[in-house]
Design a protein around this ligand. Structure first.
Ligand code: THU
Length: 132
């Protein structure tokens, strides 16, 4: 996996962020096991709660097109530091991704990033196996 490329994709994904309320743009780039990349941006709403994070936009785009196996996601926000995914997005990741291998790349730039597994950012979470 080319981490720098995925980081760059997450930065590019911010272009279409719809953020009239927070003015805080976030971009995400989700890598499928077969090498495809789905971009997502945050999409806000006047009623606030319907707001969708960039990460979930990327997941929902991919799943709605039949993709359910993922390797990594890169995330970039209008912050000067690492942007960690919110709890709801971590829960969505846990639905589809192997916690031990799925990589979450926090990209400040294409050259400055940190990498965590889903397990590291979402320990002891509730997931599909718990319903079995
Ligand atoms: N946001 C994301 O898109 N991803 C995150 O991981 C954190 C927060 C968005 C939601 C909202 O549009 C804005 O950032 C401020 O919370």
């Amino acid at each position: 996996m080319d981490i720098k490329k995925l980081a760059q994709e997450s930065i590019a994904a911010k272009e279409f962020a719809y953020t009239p309320y927070s003015h805080f743009r976030v971009g995400a780039a989700l890598l499928t096991k077969d090498g495809g990349i789905y971009r997502g941006c945050n999409i806000e709403n006047a009623a606030y709660t319907p707001t969708n994070c960039a990460e979930r936009t990327a997941f929902f785009k991919a799943v709605s097109e039949g993709k359910k196996e993922f390797t990594a996601i890169a995330i970039n926000g209008d912050a000067n530091d690492y942007l960690y995914p919110c709890g709801v997005c971590r829960q969505v990741m846990a639905e589809f991704c192997d916690p031990e291998t799925f990589q979450i790349i926090l990209a400040v730039s294409k050259d400055k990033y940190d990498v965590f597994t889903l397990r590291e950012l979402f320990p002891l979470g509730f997931g599909p196996a718990d319903l079995a």
